[in-house]
Write a protein that binds this ligand. Structure first.
Ligand code: SF4
Length: 439
């Protein structure tokens, strides 16, 4: 059983899908975005991400940049702008090869018409000569039609992530995502029959009214369907920042201790069911490409979470999409109207971003290594008395081992991985109120 140390867990910490995190981004202009492409080595492996900020119905807990897909004109105008951005980005990228992966997320990519999706995919293939790229997408099982699954199979998608969250009907009603279990089973069977070989379930603990027994029931149903991967996230209830969460009755949110117990239970049940734990909240069946990457020390962390993608640059397209270049991070305009205006005029749509100087890159590498492998060499970082004291404190709790400049999380330290990583985040103190609890 993991040790429960409330004084460590009451401090919000980032999820570190980048370093610096998006909370540190400041205003940037098109030339900042352009320089990211200019400085990219011609042979650098690149992956692409396309953001579809629409969903059939909006879940109350959702913190994503998405809106209802009920206005055909707005949706069509957005896709037109995205096609423009594909042209703009492919010109900036030139003939660089290879394109390693193309990922679709949102929102729910399957909120758009499958014909529109095929047009988008064809355009990406042709504009970037990306016919060999690995294809993945997020999907909402509630609106996943047979036609959609057939399209994904014919296009050669190998990976898909399904928003499941919980199988409990009562909890589903409380978070505004009613989704019968048959719906999930149908999506799993259909996607597998069309050749999508790696399926992920996103699940949540810490939901209002949820207890360990309810989580256990959900996990039991989940593992029966044998998803190749499971991401088990703690629900972050931030109604002051995320307006749609105000619809959730939060009168019986689980206490910190209950959240911790649910995270621990989830870990035990998934490991007991044969899943390999990866990082602090992902699990995969042995043999899945992410588990292999983890075992071989190749697992990475990017805006999509843990990944086996080893690209040098990840180019995000669409409203709010983030691009990661070796020396900078760039986020497109979040507001889809503003995005349409800029991208539709064949301009790069950068709105915010951050440079990554040499020290940022070193700090980022330590944070990524801690989260992905549970260990890091910190000899190339500046030391300070306060860092030494923090490390000594975590060692005294039994969460961390240190030999020379090498630090390693112990098994007890696994749930504290983000807290350990935050020791190396030079920005964390002024921004901490924006993040969620580590558990
Ligand atoms: S389907 Fe996914 S992206 Fe859309 S509102 Fe629900 S949780 Fe958010």
């Amino acid at each position: 059983m993991w040790p429960y140390i409330p004084e460590l867990l009451d401090r919000p910490v980032p999820r570190y899908t980048s370093y610096p995190t998006a909370a540190e981004f400041g205003p940037v202009d098109e030339s900042f975005h352009e320089a990211g492409f200019d400085d990219l080595a011609p042979e650098a492996a690149v992956s692409l991400y396309a953001h579809i900020p629409f969903c059939e119905t909006i879940c109350w807990y959702c913190g994503c940049n998405t809106g209802a897909a009920n206005r055909a004109h707005r949706l069509a105008a957005y896709l037109d702008a995205l096609h423009c951005e594909i042209e703009t980005v492919s010109e900036r990228l030139g003939n660089r090869r290879p394109i390693t992966q193309i990922a679709f997320g949102g929102g729910s990519p399957n909120a758009i018409d499958p014909v529109d999706f095929v047009r988008l995919l064809d355009h990406l293939f042709i504009a970037f000569d990306a016919f060999d790229a690995r294809l993945s997408t997020e999907l909402d099982p509630r609106s996943l039609t047979d036609e959609w699954m057939a399209v994904l199979g014919r296009a050669g998608f190998s990976h898909a992530s399904l928003g499941v969250q919980t199988f409990d009907p009562e909890l589903q009603a409380r978070i505004g995502r009613v989704q019968p279990a048959d719906n999930i089973a149908r999506a799993v069977d259909g996607l597998r029959s069309h050749g999508i070989s790696s399926l992920n379930f996103d699940l949540m603990y810490g939901l209002p009214g949820q207890d360990c027994a309810m989580l256990a029931e959900t996990l039991e149903q989940a593992v029966t369907l044998r998803p190749d991967r499971v991401a088990l996230f703690g629900y972050a209830h931030l109604p002051a920042m995320i307006k749609r969460q105000r619809r959730i009755d939060d009168s019986d949110m689980p206490a910190a201790r209950e959240r911790f117990d649910m995270a621990a239970l989830g870990f035990d049940l998934l490991v007991g069911a044969g899943y390999e734990p990866l990082g602090f909240d992902h699990f995969a069946l042995p043999g899945d490409s992410l588990a292999k990457a983890h075992d071989e020390g190749r697992m990475r962390r990017n805006f999509q979470g843990f990944t086996d993608d080893d690209c040098v640059a990840l180019i995000g397209m669409g409203a709010s999409a983030i691009s990661s270049f070796p020396d900078r991070l760039v986020q497109n305009a979040k507001n889809s109207g503003q995005y349409r205006l800029v991208a539709g005029a064949n301009r790069l749509a950068a709105e915010r971003g951050a440079m990554r100087d040499a020290m940022d890159r070193r700090r980022g590498a330590v944070i990524e290594s801690l989260l992905c492998t549970g260990a890091a060499d910190i000899g190339h970082l500046e030391t300070s008395d306060s860092l030494d004291a923090d490390i000594a404190r975590l060692r005294a709790f039994g969460l961390l081992d240190a030999v020379g400049d090498h630090i390693r999380l112990t098994e007890d330290g696994r749930p504290y991985a983000r807290i350990v990583a935050a020791l190396f985040d030079a920005h964390r103190a002024p921004q901490e109120q924006r993040f969620s609890s580590a558990i």
